[in-house]
Write a protein that binds this ligand. Structure first.
Ligand code: GSH
Length: 233
């Protein structure tokens, strides 16, 4: 455990995985440097990858975090590693059963909500977008049900499960403009409102311009793919 945190996050606002870590750092009150490292699709032609990123992010993916002289990439392992490495208010319950539930739900959200969310905005054909939208709506309804008793996704307080799910709330307006047609359940919407009152929220909230940029990028991506597909057939 580090007494004085020396932490840096290599990430970018548009990356939902980096958003998880940025949220958790702010929610836990951990001071850190933010090193803006856009995903490859967002990099300018002259962008030079930092050497330490090439060395320490095995898949060349953000987010990567440095604590002291140690590095780790991959959002969920990073969130757990930061719990061990940095002394600050925890986003894990104190008991083993509570921790296990948070871990189970983080993995579930990654698989059942993040996968369809990403398939949705990378979707090109309307049928694929609709299928991913339906799967995401089902996942959000289930996650809303988890919150019925306590208001939170796992346990009696906000936890790392909120960090993992937060990017969905952050980009919901953008997802809707890109074809997410699912009806949000009252529980999920109330959870979104509750998340907006958390200390970490302002650090990850998108402005209208950021939502527009997100939507514009994926609309352009779809147009390009459709014209490539049309010229192939
Ligand atoms: N499983 C990873 C996924 C991270 C990921 O896919 N990051 C994207 C950006 S959102 C990335 O860096 N892609 C490689 C690239 O853009 O070259 C995690 O949870 O952190």
């Amino acid at each position: 455990m580090n007494d004085v945190a020396d932490v840096a996050l290599y990430g970018h606002w548009i990356c939902p995985f980096a958003t998880r870590v940025e949220f958790a750092l702010h929610q836990r009150g951990i001071g850190h440097d933010l090193i803006d490292l856009p995903p490859s699709a967002v990099r300018g032609p002259d962008f030079v990858l930092p050497d330490e990123f090439i060395e320490h992010s095995p898949r060349l993916e953000i987010p990567m975090v440095r604590v002291g002289s140690d590095y780790l990439a991959d959002s969920i392992p990073v969130l757990e590693w930061l719990e061990d490495r940095v002394e600050a208010p925890s986003l894990l319950p104190p008991d083993d059963a509570g921790k296990a539930l948070v871990q189970e739900r983080m993995a579930w959200i990654d698989k059942h909500a993040f996968r369809p969310m990403i398939s949705m905005y990378y979707g090109v054909e309307p049928d694929d977008i609709e299928q991913a939208s339906d799967a995401l709506a089902d996942a959000l309804a289930e996650m809303g049900r988890w919150t019925t008793d306590t208001g939170w996704l796992a346990g009696t307080a906000s936890s790392l499960a909120e960090a993992v799910a937060m990017p969905i709330h952050v980009r919901m307006a953008g997802l809707q403009r890109l074809g997410f047609t699912g009806e949000l359940t009252a529980e999920w919407s109330v959870h979104g409102e509750r998340c907006r009152s958390l200390a970490g929220w302002p650090s990850v909230e998108w402005s209208t311009e950021q939502t527009d940029e997100f939507v514009g990028r994926f609309e352009a991506f779809r147009r390009k793919r459709r014209s490539q597909n049309a010229s192939r057939s």
